[in-house]
Design a protein around this ligand. Structure first.
Ligand code: ZN
Length: 332
């Protein structure tokens, strides 16, 4: 696994950079290219397992878990280092394919590693979410629980994704709030209190009984147009599109703590301009944009959030959520 040897990490980061360059290419082409990279290396060579894992991801995004499974199995057999644990990825597709015997074998191995403390940062979440998705809630809770306590002792702060998983599953199981659930509730209350005093935040209540909370997002092709027309929005939106996606993602995470009715309002420059004219308001006013975000919510111009970690990202990049906006670090 990664995280032990700086030289290994450097090679894995370089591979990841190369993978990033393939964004926007159709997934089957990516998968074929990544698999070629893997097969060009002798078994056990540095980077071989990592390339197979990326090939598996590309097939998953293409909606072909069978093909993804073959790639993850190759990575597991190889046994070399990879940023993501191929067994955790494999477990997810095996459960999806209903191959329960092999899934149990893989889960047993992962459980031994968990017990012996051989863990990586994304390991708990991937396994917990795979189990949750397939209705195995008690087991999912054990993994989220382990992830929360592991991150608390080794990173210093309980991991928010694990914390939310823990909260969600405990609620689904009808369990009473524990101290982590109380932490989740407290964070959410603090966030809502802050929102009351700060109207520059993008979040808005979508109106209606559902009380959907949305955050306004400018897709990649709209972002430069919006900033060109309204340079005053630079500070709020972020200096570039990556920063904008990060802002939106972090808002959504804060907003989503302890609730599920959260979505991305997908805005457009024409939409905002038209809305502001209709309301006889200035588009730069925060209240106009909050009302516009709410209208997007009512009109269904939204993307639900969060996507599954293995599903395409909400931002429209075509990458898996966990490899895209799901990978942004919480500033704390
Ligand atoms: Zn994204």
């Amino acid at each position: 696994m990664a995280g032990m040897d700086p030289e290994v990490d450097a090679v894995l980061e370089a591979i990841l950079d190369e993978v990033e360059d393939w964004h926007g290419t159709p997934h089957p082409e990516q998968a074929a290219h990544f698999e070629e990279h893997a097969r060009a290396l002798p078994p056990g060579a540095m980077g071989r397992a990592a390339w197979f894992v990326y090939a598996g991801e590309a097939w998953e995004l293409e909606g072909d878990p069978g093909h993804a499974k073959a790639m993850y199995e190759e990575a597991v057999t190889d046994g070399g280092p990879s940023l993501l644990d191929p067994r955790a990825e494999l477990l997810n597709v095996l459960l999806e394919l209903g191959e329960t015997d092999r899934a149990e074998e893989v889960l047993d191995e992962l459980t031994v590693d968990l017990r012996d403390g051989r863990v990586t940062e994304t390991f708990h979440v991937t396994v917990g979410e795979a189990l949750e998705l397939h209705g195995r809630l008690q087991e999912a809770l054990r993994w989220f629980d382990a992830g929360v306590t592991w991150s608390e002792s080794f990173v210093g702060d309980p991991d928010l994704v694990c914390l939310n998983g823990h909260f969600r599953v405990r609620r689904a199981l009808g369990l009473p709030p524990d101290r982590y659930d109380e932490l989740v509730e407290r964070r959410r209350q603090e966030y809502l209190d802050d929102l009351g005093d700060d109207d520059s935040l993008l979040a808005s209540t979508g109106g209606g009984a559902a009380g959907l909370m949305t955050v306004l997002y400018w897709p990649a092709e709209q972002f430069p147009k919006v900033l060109e027309r309204y340079p005053a929005l630079l500070e709020e939106c972020g200096a570039d599109h990556a920063e904008h996606r990060q802002h939106v993602e972090l808002h959504l995470r804060d907003l989503a703590v302890g609730t599920s009715a959260v979505a991305v309002s997908v805005g457009s420059l024409d939409g905002l301009v038209g809305f502001a004219e209709q309301q006889a308001d200035h588009a730069v006013a925060a209240s106009t944009r909050a009302a516009y975000a709410a209208q997007c919510g009512r009109l269904g111009q939204t993307v639900t959030w969060p996507p599954g970690r293995n599903e395409p990202c909400w931002c429209g990049s075509g990458r898996k959520y966990k490899r895209c906006c799901g990978a942004f670090r919480d500033a704390g």
